[in-house]
Write a protein that binds this ligand. Sequence first.
Ligand SMILES: Nc1ncnc2c1ncn2[C@@H]1O[C@H](COP(=O)(O)OP(=O)(O)OP(=O)(O)O)[C@@H](O)[C@H]1O
Ligand SMILES: [Mg+2]
Length: 146
Amino acid sequence: MSKFKKSFHIKGRDFIRAGEASISVQNLLKSMDFDPRLTRRIAICGYESEMNVVMHGGDGTLSIEVDTDRLILEVTDDGPGIDDIDLAMQAGFSTANDDHREMGFGAGMGLPNMKKNSDQIQVESKKNQETVVRMIFFVPEGEETH
Ligand SMILES: Nc1ncnc2c1ncn2[C@@H]1O[C@H](COP(=O)(O)OP(=O)(O)OP(=O)(O)O)[C@@H](O)[C@H]1O
Ligand SMILES: [Mg+2]
């Protein structure tokens, strides 16, 4: 049973507020005394997943669930979905447009970075459907949350 779960709204295409949800998750974890390296990995994954919703997705939610031996970061958005998940996971693949690239995005490294920085990642999506990305981070034995 999870100890608690907190969710933050993400608004699609809102580049002014982009990043606020992942900063809220990061601040929450900082206040809870987790290993700073673990907090940093989750912050990277939170930021990359929030930017993907803002750029490629619809409106969505970033949530963090704290359990005794793990933390679960989940990002969902209401479309347009990912056509080919295996392709999207490949380093360098991007459908970012010129505006995104001018802002410095579009290297196609967000999903590979999320995979690298999490212990497990699951992506569920289909064209014209919602996208759910779930990342699990194990808390090392002896550092369990109380
Ligand atoms: N939530 C989403 N909804 C729809 N498509 C997505 C979503 N997240 C990722 N994608 C697709 O997967 C591709 C790869 O995502 P990834 O985060 O790896 O790279 P990027 O966002 O294009 O560039 P970068 O993250 O390096 O700035 C995106 O270009 C987009 O086509
Ligand atoms: Mg990205």
